[in-house]
Write a protein that binds this ligand. Structure first.
Ligand code: SAM
Length: 304
């Protein structure tokens, strides 16, 4: 028998046309930081979930799919990533995935919201699994755009795990041609960058614009997708490379490198790697009709 639930979080996918009702079993934390409304709740279907400004960021049910899909294609595209930049990623799960690599010597994670990071550490330790205590990780609290503009540090891989570019939120200028140009300048030869790129179902135009922006800043750009069911959508990602093409990385290399990682992966393997870069025709044709390149003065927005 299904237990009746009378409390819901309504997550708007496209306000006010489409939303997702999440039945709430238990509210773990609810409050506002300087930057965003934070709700950590246990839902009936997806377990523990983090919502920021009412948008689901990751759920216990499939956060591993999202974070593995975000991190591993870029890390595998680089032959030997030693220095990694993460922008955003407050839950600490992106850092967790990066720190699995024995070749990684240093990770700088820049998130704007100190209070959110503390809340994630306290209420969602399953996500970071000790990543914040790893001596290879330096946590910087600050605006990722400003950090990338001002640092003179160079990286092999940059991973952009930011909230969607919703009007009025602090991530909007981290999805522009100028920003990806700045990220590129911080990459050593053969460097790789990747960004989450919103929903293929609810914000396909935003996804296509982000792809165009990455393609305008990098010699090679590839978009890909992974099934993140709690987002009720195939999720979009875009990778920019100064070196290898992710499609040229062999299955054998992926298998061998996965065997050297710390811990077990749940989703990513050589088959997932190939499959993710195959975007269905019905979606890619629509995305290919979008030619706009988001800039600082004319950024891409995701629906509120
Ligand atoms: N998985 C998510 C999604 O699908 O949208 C992204 C998750 S992660 C929680 C997003 C992080 O981006 C948050 O921790 C937030 O504080 C951070 N963030 C937003 N704007 C930022 C900025 N300008 N600089 C650094 N971090 C930022």
């Amino acid at each position: 028998m299904v237990e009746p639930t009378w409390r819901f979080i309504i997550e708007w996918m496209v306000l006010p046309h489409e939303g997702h009702m999440h039945g709430v079993k238990r509210v773990i934390y609810s409050g506002r930081t300087e930057y965003q409304q934070v709700d950590i709740v246990e839902t009936y279907l997806f377990g523990k979930c983090l919502f920021l400004d009412g948008k689901l960021q990751s759920s216990e049910h499939d956060e591993r799919i999202y974070h593995e899909a975000l991190v591993h294609p870029a890390m595998m595209t680089h032959p030997e990533p030693r220095r990694v930049l993460i922008v955003g990623g407050g839950e600490g799960a992106t850092a967790r995935e990066v720190l699995r690599y024995p070749s990684v010597e240093r990770v700088v994670m820049v998130d704007i919201d100190r209070e959110l990071v503390e809340l994630c550490k306290r209420y969602m330790p399953e996500w970071n699994q000790g990543a914040f205590d790893d001596p290879r990780l330096e946590l910087v609290i600050g605006d990722g755009r400003k950090y990338v503009e001002e640092t003179d540090e160079m990286f092999d891989v940059a991973i952009l795990d930011l909230t969607d570019p919703i009007p009025g939120t602090p991530s909007v200028l981290l999805y522009t041609r100028e920003f990806y140009g700045l990220v590129r300048r911080r990459l050593r030869s053969g460097g790789v960058a990747v960004t989450q790129a919103t929903s293929l179902r609810f914000s396909l135009e935003t996804f296509a614009k982000i792809r165009n922006a990455v393609a305008s800043a990098f010699p090679l750009a590839r978009s890909y997708t992974a099934p993140v069911i709690s987002f009720i959508s195939f999720w979009g990602f875009v990778l920019g490379s100064l070196g290898r093409d992710p499609l040229s990385v062999s299955g054998g290399e992926i298998r061998e490198r996965i065997a050297s990682l710390k811990g077990e992966l749940e989703f990513y393997n050589e088959d997932a790697h190939r499959l993710m870069f195959r975007i269905p025709k019905s979606i890619s044709e629509k995305a290919d009709r979008v030619s706009e390149v988001p800039t600082d003065t004319n950024p891409a927005f995701a629906p509120p």
